[in-house]
Design a protein around this ligand. Structure first.
Ligand code: MG
Length: 133
């Protein structure tokens, strides 16, 4: 059922990661949105998307993970949980810095990542009833 699929927004400047994760998560039944930096992610959110989870890289050009998280809090009140994906050994600290619900260290195991996504993602929205005008 398309309406009850969970939506995951992946924000990462490495194209390879975006495409690999998108393919994997789509096969697992998720709807996947991708952005190459925080600015593009905000554009998606400003269009009214409310992802069930955001996977967020920290080091990105144009707008990095820290700046994105701040803007997301200010404009959207952190309506979606964030899981940080980072190569850093201090992933846990980075997650805490920005109020993320969890973290995954790169390079990640896809099945481990999937478990975290299942654990942390919000429930899908109830299907909306058609509105007759
Ligand atoms: Mg990066």
């Amino acid at each position: 059922m398309e309406a009850t699929k969970k939506t995951i927004l992946i924000v990462d400047d490495e194209r390879e990661i975006l495409l690999t994760l998108r393919e994997f998560l789509e096969m697992e039944g998720y709807r996947v949105l991708i952005a190459e930096n925080g600015f593009d992610a905000l554009k998606i959110l400003n269009q009214g998307e409310i992802p069930n989870l955001i996977l967020l890289d920290m080091k990105m050009p144009i707008m990095n993970g820290w700046a994105f998280a701040l803007e997301f809090l200010n404009r959207h009140d952190h309506i979606s949980p964030i899981v940080v994906i980072t190569a850093a050994g201090d992933a846990e600290q980075r997650a805490r810095d920005i109020g993320a619900i969890g973290w995954v260290e790169k390079p990640f195991d896809l099945n481990q990542l999937l478990k975290k996504i299942e654990m942390y993602s919000r429930k899908p929205p109830a299907p909306t009833l058609p509105i007759s005008l």
